[in-house]
Design a protein around this ligand. Structure first.
Ligand SMILES: CC(=O)N[C@H]1[C@@H](OP(=O)(O)OP(=O)(O)OC[C@H]2O[C@@H](n3ccc(=O)[nH]c3=O)[C@H](O)[C@@H]2O)O[C@H](CO)[C@@H](O)[C@@H]1O
Ligand SMILES: C=C(OP(=O)(O)O)C(=O)O
Length: 419
């Protein structure tokens, strides 16, 4: 198994191009099942999660290849299979996104419970509730769920739990409702830019979705969707990770191919801590310094502070003098990185859904274990500023969501190598 070895202490300087958004690319690729004809999708990052969805789609009769210009070309060739391979579905959460399209287009979906990052409870009850509202018959078995429906019928529904809206649940219902008969209204829909992006893609394929970017989506069902050409937005979580990296290493980075608008809350939070950030149309310039202030942050659904940057922010606050606190409102147990940062000298205590950080400690290189995607990123950030050498084991998690992270960081001056 590969490890990453980092010798800390180098300020990151230079420019970095942010890749396409994983969490937009995965549902968009799944939605191709709904269409006839060929779709060409640009800016799809090379990630292990993308490879998994491609394999799932192949198994479901979709022909997909990467063109010379890196675009993915996707055509549905065979519509007979309604059962994505269980061993692939169990590898990542976003595999559940084929459920809605299979049900709507092929009248049946038999799908294992999805796997993915171990960051706490991740049920799919809201996805199933949404499909039931549309008229699907749902049978839950020990390891999988079977959904059938002769035809889906538009309905009004409220999709939410005590943690707020559901991103992939909204995506799944929106995809199914696009081919349902009549009008569907999703109240409390997720407003994440990746959901808006999926809605734009579906509309370009001929769907009739309105309310994009708001928490009420109205979907007027259509009889058929056609192929289209589309460019995926950049990854706001990758961008946020690089912003924090520049801030922590007291470097200066220009991020290219970003949407500052999607990072508004992250930028406000980091400016409050004391980081200098200048925003342009599709670029961000970050400059770190030596005088940061501690802060209190609560993760929330978009446009709030994203849970997918919670671990990385904790890593930064560990070196900011003073007491900080982060409360996790989406996944109250998403703190597997804490013990590893403590091994590196951080003073962080978890109590319930919050971590209390006594910042300003000098981090020291250690051998640490990555437990999930964003925990891995938090450890990389800590390694970049630690004294001495940090070895991060189980680094395969990183490849799920960061395209060429080691190469990008090396180009910015980090001493980081695979071992
Ligand atoms: C591939 C992808 O896009 N993943 C993102 C997506 O995951 P995902 O879409 O799985 O996350 P959700 O928005 O659905 O989850 C939000 C909360 O709702 C709960 N819930 C969700 C569904 C359900 O049926 N029942 C239920 O109770 C979850 O346990 C969680 O506490 O949004 C998360 C929240 O922004 C991000 O951390 C993930 O990176
Ligand atoms: C939790 C994440 O991904 P997933 O939902 O695919 O597990 C993430 O991107 O941080």
């Amino acid at each position: 198994m590969k490890s990453l070895c980092i010798k800390g202490g180098k300020p990151l300087c230079g420019t970095v191009k942010i890749s396409g958004a994983k969490n937009a690319a995965l549902p968009i690729l799944a939605s191709v099942i709904l269409s006839r004809g060929t779709s060409v999708i640009h800016n799809v990052p090379r990630l292990s999660d993308v490879n998994i969805i491609i394999k799932i789609l192949h198994a479901l009769g979709v022909d997909i290849y990467r063109r010379e210009d890196e675009a993915l070309v996707c055509t549905v060739k065979n519509e007979s299979c309604c059962t994505p391979p269980c061993e692939l579905v169990q590898k990542m959460r976003a595999s559940i996104c084929v459920m809605g399209p299979l049900l709507a287009k092929r009248q049946k979906a038999k799908i294992a419970f999805p796997g993915g990052c171990v960051i706490g409870e991740r049920p799919i009850d809201l996805h199933l509730k949404g499909m039931q509202y549309l008229g699907a018959h749902v049978e839950t078995k020990d390891s999988h769920v079977e959904l059938t429906s002769e035809f889906l019928c538009g309905a009004k529904m409220f999709l939410g739990s005590e943690f707020g809206s559901t991103v992939l649940g909204t995506a799944n219902v929106m995809m199914a409702a696009s081919l349902a008969e009549g009008t569907t209204v999703i109240e409390n829909a997720a407003r994440e830019p990746e959901v808006e992006e999926l809605a734009k893609f579906l509309n370009q394929m001929g769907a009739k979705i309105s309310g994009l970017g708001t928490n009420v989506l109205t979907i007027q069902g259509v009889a058929e969707l056609h192929g289209t050409e589309y460019r995926i937005i950049s990854d706001r979580i990758e961008a946020g990770t690089f912003i924090i990296a520049a801030a922590m290493t007291r470097g200066r980075i220009e991020l290219q191919n970003v949407s500052p608008l999607h990072l508004a809350c992250v930028i406000t939070t980091l400016k409050r801590i004391g980081v200098t950030i200048v925003e342009y149309f599709d670029r961000i310039v970050v400059e770190g310094n030596n005088s940061y202030s501690p802060t209190q942050v609560c993760t929330k659904p978009y446009p709030g502070f994203p849970t997918d940057l919670q671990a990385q922010l904790a890593s930064m606050l560990a070196i900011v003098l003073g007491k900080s606190c982060i409360t996790e409102k989406i996944y109250p147990q998403r703190f597997a990185y804490v013990n590893e940062l403590v091994k590196m000298g951080a003073s962080i205590e978890q109590k319930g859904a919050s971590v209390y950080i006594q910042g300003g400690k000098t981090l020291k290189g250690a051998t640490v274990f990555a437990s999930d995607l964003r925990a891995s990123a938090a450890l990389v950030l800590a390694g970049l500023v630690a004294i001495g050498e940090t070895t991060i084991k189980h680094i395969h998690h990183l490849e799920r969501g960061y395209e060429n992270l080691q190469a990008k960081l090396s180009l910015l001056g980090a001493d980081i190598m695979y071992k």
